[in-house]
Design a binder for this molecule. Sequence first.
Ligand SMILES: O=C(O)CCC(=O)C(=O)O
Length: 266
Amino acid sequence: MRLTDTQLAQFHTEGWLFLPELFSPEEVAVLRTEAQAIFRTERQEIWREKTGAPRTAFAAHTYNEAFRLLGAHPRLIRPVEQVFGEHLYMHQYKINAKAAFDGEVWQWHQDYGTWQRDDGMPEPRAMNISVYLDEVMPINGPLMLVPRSQNAGDLEASHDLQTTSYPLWTLDEATVTRLVKQGGIVAPTGKAGGMLMFHGNLVHGSAGNITPYPRKIVYLTLNAVSNYIRRPTRPDYIAHRDFTPIKTVDDNALSRLAGAHREAAE
Ligand SMILES: O=C(O)CCC(=O)C(=O)O
């Protein structure tokens, strides 16, 4: 899959691109079922909110077949290769649960702020590309983006170790207000199967989810191979040390797996 010139221009100008329903209901159903099963297990890669509700499952591509296939899926890998013009490796992989009633906030931040400070990533030549596993609505804690804020570069940030169960380099209110005055805020919503990619310096965050509707999103953080991390401080299930270029799987690999699951259930 290749992005069109119009899609590339939207990404470069606004700092983000959303493609609705890029994955079929059948493909996304198998991922959602597997994510629910992962969140029921206890392992070090699964982090919980202070209430005990699941927050994030890291590195699912290393222990789950459906997420392994998604982590090498051409519909996700090719667009990012197109933007960076080189091969990619998986810097981070996570499924964010944003559980019904209990899903907590993600403070305003830039991803590259954490990748640089905590992992020693030289340049913002990595980005998050995500797939919605549930419908993302205006009411269930959608990701909020500040368009064009990627142009502000690497902003001063402070290390928030208190607010949630996940440490993050967050931005102050004056900085967010200034950038929002320039670019506004968008919250791309859509059915399960939608794909959202955004620049590593794009300012973003999300509010808590107090609705009965869970909002699971899986994020692949793809880094250009030449931009491998130099000074990792986080465990390797959070900031991977395997810089091997990703080889893509067939475009229909997930539908085949969904078919195999269906047959096994019959
Ligand atoms: O899933 C969310 O709501 C926010 C995730 C996020 O901002 C991040 O992983 O950097």
